[in-house]
Design a protein. Structure first.
Length: 372
């Protein structure tokens, strides 16, 4: 076990435990806001520097505050209260805040305690279920999926001795990597560089170090970075779920295509009945994909755009994006083949009907005889 730095102390800081859930197909945020009686507001990103106002959430998610008793996490405790951020594409992000102070080395024990923390997971799910019950019909096709995407952000606002971003990486790389990876053992240099390799600074006194399960922020006025990381965590959840739904749709479409390939007789309307669920999944998936990828607009703030791009690379969102796009195209191709087969079969049936009618007319004329 390695010895973490003991002389470095956190004077002021906060840990954010995030839990992302999928709760439905879509949400009418205006209706949800009307139904909520607790503290609420439409969330906007506070830019670190000036940027066009329209580069923000579209539409703005609904932030809801709820009272809760502090929860013990090792020697730390959460603040009373919890924030829930409700997105129009049917996702909720639940955030618990934990005040930080004391030795930097204490962050390692906190990170290990937060890793798959069952009480926080259960509490966050209960909060989401309560929210779903409160907003009622504002959510289309309400449900709470079993999958949850959790993430932890450690934000250090002040330390002793005072640190710059370069100081943190140069002098405390091992400690930072262990905290991000929740790993008590000393890490190899390659593992350290992988953990701290995705980082970005706006000025000399701040830095954002982004890893797969956690991020560490140093500096003041990091609310916008927190918002981008929170959204990216939700985005990852939605991409995973969407990819899973498309796998199911492709299995159903391929099964339908294989069945039609080997059987020639179908009752009228049978093909259309089989195609309807595939078409519905295709449309739902495409709409959700567009909503998720177009919710956050950051092109006017280059720093936040770079933060989102860096987080996307760390979370492999581009790979999920490419996989979903490919599966949507494949599903569209299979649906097109099934539709073409159904159209060809209808034409074939019509041809046989015409042939039968012609044959019947000839038979009738022969039976009736000349003069009739």
């Amino acid at each position: 076990m390695t010895t973490l730095p003991t002389r470095l102390r956190i004077e002021k800081g906060t840990a954010y435990a995030l839990f992302a859930y999928d709760v439905g197909q879509s949400v009418d945020l205006d209706e949800a806001e009307r139904r909520m009686t607790t503290i609420k507001e439409r969330s906007r990103i506070k830019h670190k520097r000036r940027a066009p106002a329209y580069f923000d959430y579209t539409p703005a998610p609904l932030r809801i505050g709820a009272d809760t008793e502090p929860l013990a996490i090792g020697r730390f405790r959460t603040n009373p209260g919890v924030d829930l951020l409700l997105y129009d594409f049917g996702a909720v992000s639940v955030t618990y805040t934990i005040p930080l102070s004391g030795a930097f080395s204490d962050l390692l024990s906190l990170s290990q305690d937060l890793y798959d923390h069952e009480q926080l997971l259960a509490e966050s799910r209960r909060r989401v279920e309560d929210l779903l019950a409160a907003v009622g019909e504002a959510v289309e096709r309400p449900h709470v999926v079993d999958s949850v995407e959790d993430y932890v952000i450690y934000h250090i606002e002040a330390s002793a001795p005072s640190l710059t971003g370069s100081d943190l990486i140069k002098d405390y790389a091992q400690a930072v990597a262990q905290v991000l990876r929740s790993e008590s053992q000393s890490l190899a240099e390659q593992e350290i560089q992988d953990a701290i390799g995705y980082r970005l600074s706006f000025g000399p006194d701040d830095i954002a170090v982004i890893d797969w399960n956690a991020a560490l922020l140093l500096g003041q006025d990091m609310e916008a970075v927190l918002a981008v990381l929170e959204f990216a965590n939700v985005e990852l959840l939605e991409m995973r779920l969407l990819d899973r739904h498309l796998d199911r749709a492709l299995d159903e479409a391929y099964e339908t295509l294989s069945k039609h390939r080997w059987t020639g007789l179908h009752l009228p309307g049978a093909v259309r009945t089989e195609l309807e669920p595939i078409a519905q999944l295709q449309v739902d998936s495409a709409i959700l994909f567009e909503r998720v990828t177009n919710t956050l607009k950051l092109f006017g703030d280059q720093y936040l755009a770079r933060i989102h791009r860096l987080t996307s690379q760390r979370f492999h969102l581009e790979s999920w994006d490419a996989s979903i796009t490919r599966k949507l195209h494949t599903l569209e191709s299979i649906y097109g083949k099934l539709t073409a087969q159904a159209a060809a079969r209808r034409l074939e049936v019509l041809e046989w009907i015409i042939i039968v009618l012609i044959g019947l007319s000839i038979v009738v004329s022969l039976i009736a005889g000349p003069g009739h």
